[in-house]
Design a protein around this ligand. Structure first.
Ligand code: TYD
Length: 236
């Protein structure tokens, strides 16, 4: 991997202008935060300025809304109102954090983004596509991720990981949904990946973190870094 990064260093000097927008998606316990952290380290080593952020949250206003949402408050209001809260958080996050960073040339790595709304609120919460489309127009406009990495893990594995991570803590609003919910969630993500292969990469996340990290780096290299940055990764 070190050799690959050295090659990437030279190659990325040539890439300039707007930063790249990479989103990570997946069900509970897919390992998104671990993989985002590792990818940020690799990009930083390649001399690319990166910003790691998350949704819901990522800006002071959106973090307040996150607290409401994960406490289950949004659920009490019903699916449409809960969706509005996710949209309000996203609107603030996009305008105050994501857009400014991208225009300064920073690569933004975001833990969940609009696909989460499509899956959790749309597919599973049955919020109408017309509502989701309208909210997307307002909150994200033309801002589409350059790459979406969908970490795919069997439901039982993901739920076990999530339980181990929270220890004695209480399951949040979505972790506490039943196994059928999580199965549908996984299927919905797999459908997005096959519907939009030019934007999305589905990565098997039921492997050790280093193996998953190599697959993530390959996807980023192949799709977003100049051609010669990636070649050495195969031999790393
Ligand atoms: P978080 O603790 O960040 O979970 P995870 O580690 O699984 O990402 O909680 C975020 C929760 O919010 C997660 O269960 C998915 C859900 N969510 C939505 O339902 N809609 C959305 O638009 C977003 C961004 C997240």
């Amino acid at each position: 991997m070190a050799k690959a990064l050295n090659t990437a260093k030279t190659a990325v000097k040539r890439s300039s202008g707007r930063g790249r927008f990479i989103t990570f998606e997946g069900g509970e316990g897919a390992g998104k935060s671990t993989q985002i952290k590792t990818l940020a380290e690799h990009l930083n080593a390649a001399k690319l300025r990166t910003l790691v952020t998350r949704e819901p949250g990522g800006s002071p206003g959106a973090e307040i809304i996150r607290h409401l949402l994960l406490s289950g408050m949004g659920k009490l209001l019903g699916p449409d109102a809960e969706t509005l809260l996710f949209a309000a958080a996203r609107d603030d996050h996009v305008r105050s954090v994501i857009q400014p960073a991208l225009s300064q040339g920073t690569w933004v790595l975001c833990d969940r983004f609009s696909d989460s709304t499509r899956v959790y609120q749309g597919k599973l919460g049955h919020v109408a596509p017309a509502v989701l489309n309208a909210l997307e127009r307002v909150t994200i406009g033309d801002l589409k991720p350059d790459l979406t990495i969908i970490l795919d893990v069997p439901v039982e594995v993901g739920l076990q990981r999530a339980a181990a991570r929270r220890g004695a803590g209480v399951a949040d609003r979505f972790e506490s949904e039943d196994v059928r919910f999580h199965r549908e969630l996984r299927e919905a993500y797999r459908q997005i990946a096959s519907r939009e292969p030019q934007r999305c990469v589905l990565i098997d996340a039921d492997a050790d973190p280093a193996t998953v990290a190599t697959a993530v780096w390959s996807a980023v290299r192949d799709r977003l870094l100049p051609a010669n940055a990636g070649k050495a990764v195969h031999s790393a």
